[in-house]
Design a protein around this ligand. Structure first.
Ligand code: BES
Ligand code: MN
Ligand code: ZN
Length: 501
């Protein structure tokens, strides 16, 4: 954990960070003192060679060799048009340098006139929050399965250097840091859960971690075991789970932040702790990445952590249907027909289309527990990678207004969401001759038919489906997202729910 301090000098820190825009750079080139000693000459030569042009995400590291109190001066390019999302991105780039220098302490100067006025106009709280989020989210390391996690890098102290009027407004800085830290810890929770191996994180263990979280947040939680699932007739979740020695669970967490309201968000997350495909077995290549098939569950657990710690005045029910999708002598088979909790029957065409099955019972559970509008998050289809690559989460809805709210939240969080059409014609593709629905609609439009299958169980409630199969788990790091689990959609859902009236 990092300690944050606020003052009018750069306390003895190992490095001083200055944000510079292109206009300022010109002034410095004209002879305005930079640090006001022999270093200025060196820095100017750096400018002359265009090593630093104050362009977006540019970070220059300058060793001060005893000419300043700090060992390093970091110059980072930041211009007006970069906005809030630009700040988050810039600080992710800064994090890479901070980590490679193994800095224990960093001073961040926000008191220079240009910057101070820009931050004030674009919103101090949002700006500071984005800086800290970008920095700390990018510093995350995948240590959850390592023996000596504490040996990895950690920034111990961050000191804000502020001017008089900024210091008079210190509560804003503190509130922004507090909110940022809640986001960071909530995203970290989602990433850590997703990065856990399949043998460590079984459905039972996921339920255990959810219980730990609920206790910490003082929230009510229900964990339904296989006998309770049978009592509640959750044939879809039981069907997916029946092939594994590790039994399925339905996790339900309740958050009541607005007792006067009848509105309740239902957040439903796909919790397949490992997806082998079942009898419709997946090929061996990259199957290890299927530890991330509970990324939707991780996202809604991270989101409720953020929502409850910030005490948002809303009601939420979080629902996580969790199972391990395995082939075995008792596993589901193609041709089987199952009965979901809602009573609708489903013909199994492909046992690898298991996410929509567990989500069906998840959606019905959320509605039964009072949800009036639904968001489901799932690593649902490989097809979303074909459509959007890893750049955006795919979305489907039955309610344009709710979709626009999600898109607006995503624009603020910097986590891209792209809507796909939900024409009635697509729905025909998942009609079955023998049951009410079949669990695949063929290769064409796979993300849409998968989403619409889940939407069938939204009944008449406003609903948005988020397919994070391309965005939840990456092969290489980018911006503030590490290689492996990203914790994507935690901040978008938090943003969505914090803005809803
Ligand atoms: N968990 C997978 C989807 C997935 C693929 C997530 C790649 C992350 C990366 C899902 O359960 C699945 O197997 N979907 C099938 C559906 C098909 C059988 C209709 C798919 O996408 O191939
Ligand atoms: Mn699958
Ligand atoms: Zn899956």
């Amino acid at each position: 954990m990092t300690t944050y301090t606020y003052g009018n000098t750069s306390k003895p820190s190992e490095a001083l960070l200055l944000l510079v825009n292109e206009e300022q750079l010109q002034q410095l080139k004209q002879g305005t003192p930079i640090v006001g000693n022999a270093l200025d000459q060196h820095i100017l030569s750096l400018f002359d060679k265009e090593q630093f042009r104050a362009k977006a995400n540019q970070v220059a590291v300058i060793a001060t060799l005893g000419l300043m109190d700090e060992n390093y001066l970091l110059l980072a390019g930041y211009n007006e048009e970069d906005g809030i999302n630009g700040l988050r991105e810039l600080f992710a780039a800064i994090a890479k340098q901070v980590k490679s220098l193994k800095l224990a302490t960093l001073s961040l100067s926000l008191n220079k006139e240009h910057l101070a006025s820009q931050l004030a106009t674009q919103g101090t709280h949002q700006s500071v929050q984005a800086m800290i989020e970008g920095l700390q989210l990018a510093l995350y390391e995948r240590t959850i399965m390592k023996k000596e996690a504490q040996k990895f890098y950690n920034l111990q102290a961050l000191n804000f250097v502020l001017n008089e009027s900024q210091l008079a407004n210190i509560a804003t800085y503190e509130a922004a840091v507090t909110e940022a830290e809640h986001m960071i810890q909530s995203v970290k929770l989602a990433r850590d859960l997703t990065n856990m191996s399949g043998n460590e994180l079984t459905p039972e263990r996921l339920a255990f971690y959810a219980e730990e979280l609920a206790n910490e947040l003082e929230l009510d939680i229900e964990v339904l075991d296989e006998w309770s699932l049978a009592e509640e007739q959750m044939g879809a979740l039981l069907g997916v789970g029946q092939g594994s020695i590790n039994p399925p669970r339905m996790i339900v967490i309740h958050y009541e932040g607005d007792p006067s309201s009848d509105e309740k968000w239902g957040l439903v997350g796909k919790g397949i702790t490992f997806d082998t495909g079942g009898i419709s077995l997946k090929p061996a290549a990259n199957m290890e990445d299927m530890i991330s098939d509970m990324g939707g569950a991780a996202a809604v657990l991270g989101a409720i952590r953020a929502i409850a710690s910030m005490k948002l005045p809303v009601n939420v029910v979080v629902v996580v249907p969790t199972a391990e999708n395995m082939p075995s002598d008792r596993a589901l088979k193609p041709g089987d027909v199952i009965t979901t909790m809602s009573g609708h029957t489903v013909e199994i065409i492909n046992t690898d289309a298991e996410g929509r099955l567990v989500l069906a019972d998840g959606m019905t559970t959320a509605i039964k527990r009072g949800a009036t509008k639904l968001i489901d998050v799932a690593t649902l289809t490989g097809a979303v990678l074909v459509a959007l690559g890893t750049e955006a989460t795919g979305a489907i809805t039955n309610n344009e207004q709710l979709m626009q709210q999600v898109i607006a939240a995503s624009a603020k969080s910097g986590e891209r969401v792209w809507q796909l059409p939900a024409y009635a014609e697509y729905k025909k593709l998942i009609r079955s001759d023998v049951a009410d629905l079949k669990n695949t609609g063929g290769r064409h439009g796979g993300t849409i038919t998968g989403g619409l299958f889940v939407g069938h169980f939204a009944e008449d409630k406003p609903w948005v489906h988020l397919d994070i199969a391309g965005t939840a788990f990456l092969n290489s790091s980018r911006k503030w997202e590490p290689k492996g689990a990203t914790g994507v959609m935690v901040r978008t859902i938090y943003q969505l729910i914090s803005e809803k009236d």
